[in-house]
Design a protein around this ligand. Sequence first.
Ligand code: KG4
Ligand code: ZN
Length: 356
Amino acid sequence: MQLVGPLLAIESSCDETACAILAPDGSVLAQRLVSQDAHAEFGGVVPEIAARAHLALLPDLARRTLQDATLSPADVAAVAASVGPGLIGGLVVGTNFAKGLAIALGRPFIAVNHIEAHALSARLPGVVEGGAAFPFLLLLASGGHCQCLAVEGVGRYRRLGGTIDDAAGEAFDKVAKMLGLGWPGGPALEKLASEGDPKAFALPRPLKGREGCDFSFSGLKTAIARQIAPYGSEPLPRTVAADLAASFQQAVSDVVADRVSNALAMMDGPTLLVAAGGVAANKTLRARLTEVAERHGLRFAAPPLALCTDNAVMVGWAALETCAEAARLGLPALDDMQFRPRPRWPLAEMAERFEV
Ligand code: KG4
Ligand code: ZN
């Protein structure tokens, strides 16, 4: 199915409530996003609060997004939503809202895998100079995910490795909390690290030098806790906190660079290294990934931050790519009304939707 009109996309799998409207060629006609701030006082996303906020926010957000694009609901040719993986409450809200709208308008509903949306976001028109041709390596590093994915085609993903404990962003958040910084901790930790010496503390490099491209961050967290312990309940001197932040950021970047280098070697002729997810905003990490890509004779690309973190534009784009792929394969027009929200939805299953 090649869409003939604009597509409305919804994202509600974590703590971002977002709507976007894309033209069939992928150009963004309008988008709106609310980052729920109610979670900060709890130091992390509270699923129940997130789901209720999505429910309260979505109808008005969708209406305003349509207004921004000067469209009426009847102009919408299809409705898409992240149906998984993610927090089940938010997925139920977003999926049911999108399905309800699709039914009311008599239009198809397109189910989107949230990780697939991250994976394909580099292919949005204008994101990577010259385009992101398959196959490419995606490092997805966010608060909930840390994995290396070989992106071989629409619906064709191979998970080369991933974290065996914390996600990269989770490690940043936990260490930031130990250093007395607010949540989310990644940006605050990066700022503090700019005042510190990355060589001040000899921290471990978990899994560095090992085969494969799995990640582990819990040992690093423990190492930081050990350095902080002697201060007891006293506040950490700022210089110590800054040195710890810088040393931690360096250790994470070293480890991620090593793992990504292995992942590139595990692929057959990758065209590009792409990083997405909130942690991809980190400048030290980006610099290391640029070096890794160059060593492999490749370019490094990270979509602009607003597309790296959760958003509805990537959801809309993944829906368009899925529709186009189905059309290319001569399959009947997609309508995913039977798809239920799924807290887990392995990417390895994505090829199934193109099987006849
Ligand atoms: O992709 P994202 O916005 O949300 C999801 O987790 O889905 O990622 C948020 C994560 C948080 O853990 C945050 O601390 C981390 O990304 N993060 C960073 C930076 N900016 C955000 N980590 C390191 N350096 C940053 N500059
Ligand atoms: Zn995400």
